[in-house]
Design a protein around this ligand. Structure first.
Ligand SMILES: Nc1ncnc2c1ncn2[C@@H]1O[C@H](COP(=O)(O)OP(=O)(O)OP(=O)(O)O)[C@@H](O)[C@H]1O
Ligand SMILES: [Mg+2]
Length: 451
């Protein structure tokens, strides 16, 4: 198995997770940065306060300044003051530059606010003289980053959750698409739609699921063929049984009316025998088609087998000239005596049936490659060229055969082909230039059982 599906799923998952982590980190830093500044309108308010404080200070009205500061502190629930930054060193002490720079208590309103500190920072609005400052602790209502916890929640919980759900939906659809097609096809097939196939519906996709679809198609192909063959067999069998049944029916009616009972009883027996043969042959054929068994359990001598079949044929057709060319011995192993005997008998009987009395039938067995080739040449009418393959189809008979030999059923060669194939060989027919039909059969000399 090529594990394509694994890589298809693994790729997007791994990459998706990496991108997600990166996006969350980036967005987290960006939004925090953007949320760390005092809003523009609050900056303006703070600056306006600074200007008011400066105006009151320059007017020299300390009481008004104190009142305004007190009112501001109460209104905004904060601390505010106006201070001087210059420190008078005493006793000859020197102020270091570091001290002078660090002495700034507040910070400018444009600066970034550290959102992690619980206390609000003190903002510094320096007056035009450079050493007087309006200081105010940033009122709570102006503190930026109020929605930071919610934003963090969205970034660390909602976003990953949404992305993962989306990924799950994509993966689910990717997997379920073909599975649904398969499910629909299986249902349609089980409801009798034998032509249904799945692979073509999956387009250029190529993974474990398309392999599953191909297996389904193969199964549907084979099962569909079997079902159709069986249906055809049943229909043909019923059709073939109708004639002997009608004949039996008529014979029984005549016997009941007392008309020549002695003549009709053997006729009924003959028809019954014929029907039994027909049903047995059809069942054997159905078994060979369904099970496709491998007949490879026995060893046998083809020369012996042919001798006995030819002997029987000689008795049955005493006016035919049966010529043989058989080796002294032709041992084969991994085969089936019963199947080969029946197949060869069917072919030799055909040659005798379709050859007029006095005609010559030549049976030759020769070593050929890893096995033996049997050829049976007769002097009959042959078979129309376009029907040389059709004669191996169950119940197929040429028009001429129907007229000349109405008691045949067209099962002999169909059975013979499946029997020979189950024993590892093949069978074929061709017309001879001199006239008549040549049947060729090939059997392997030995067959390993697991081949
Ligand atoms: N040697 C032959 N010469 C001419 N036609 C043949 C020969 N063998 C077979 N056929 C043709 O092939 C058809 C199929 O042969 P097959 O042996 O399957 O059936 P059958 O002989 O008609 O009946 P069954 O064998 O079932 O009694 C025959 O009906 C006949 O038309
Ligand atoms: Mg036959």
């Amino acid at each position: 198995m090529n594990r394509r599906l694994f890589w298809k799923l693994c790729g997007p998952l791994a990459l998706g997770t990496l991108v997600l982590v990166w996006v969350i980190t980036f967005l987290g830093a960006e939004t925090e940065q953007k949320m760390s500044f005092i809003a523009e309108r609050h900056q303006q308010t703070l600056k306006a306060w600074g200007r008011t404080a400066e105006r009151l200070h320059q007017a020299g009205d300390d009481q008004a300044l104190a009142d305004w500061l007190a009112a501001l502190q109460t209104r905004e629930n904060t601390w505010a003051a106006v201070v001087r930054s210059d420190i008078q060193p005493l006793a000859g002490s020197q102020l270091s530059t570091q001290f002078q720079e660090g002495f700034r208590l507040g910070r400018q309103v444009e600066w970034k606010i550290h959102l992690y500190f619980a206390e609000n920072p003190i903002m510094d609005l320096t007056f035009a003289d450079g050493h007087t400052h309006f200081l105010v602790t940033l009122p709570q209502r102006m503190r930026p980053g109020t929605y930071l916890p919610q934003v963090r929640m969205i970034l660390k919980v909602a976003l990953p959750l949404a992305v993962l759900v989306l990924l799950a939906v994509v993966i689910y659809r990717h997997l379920m698409g073909p599975l649904r097609q398969l499910e629909r096809a299986t249902r349609a097939f089980s409801e009798g739609e034998l032509g249904v196939r799945v692979r073509a519906l999956l387009g250029s996709r190529n993974d474990e699921l398309t392999a599953l679809a191909e297996t389904f198609d193969r199964m549907a192909e084979r099962t569909g063929e079997l079902i159709l063959t069986q249906r055809r067999l049943i229909a043909d069998l019923s059709h073939e049984l109708r004639t002997p049944l009608t004949r039996i029916d008529m014979a029984v009616s005549c016997a009941e009316e007392g008309v020549d009972t002695q003549h009709f009883l053997p006729r009924i027996r003959r028809e019954c025998r014929l029907m039994r043969g027909l049903v047995e042959d059809t069942l054997t054929l159905a078994w060979l088609e369904n099970e496709a068994p491998s007949l490879d359990q026995e060893s046998l001598d083809l020369t012996d087998l042919l001798d006995s079949v030819i002997d029987d044929a000689g008795y049955e057709y005493p006016h035919h000239r049966l010529e043989t060319e058989l080796p002294h011995q032709a041992e084969i192993s991994g085969s089936s005596h019963r199947a080969l005997a029946q197949a060869v008998e069917n072919v030799i009987r055909n040659a005798c049936h379709y050859t007029p009395a006095g005609g010559r039938i030549r049976i030759a067995l020769r070593a050929d490659g890893d096995g033996y080739r049997l050829t049976i040449d007769d002097a009959g009418p042959g078979v129309p060229a376009d029907q040389l393959e059709l004669i191996f189809t169950p119940f197929f008979r040429t028009n001429r055969a129907r007229d000349d030999r109405p008691d045949g059923h067209g099962l002999g060669l169909a059975l013979a082909r499946r029997q020979v194939e189950a024993a590892g060989g093949w069978i074929g027919a061709e017309n001879r230039v001199e006239g008549g039909l040549r049947m060729s059969l090939w059997f392997p000399a030995s067959r390993s059982r697991d081949a």
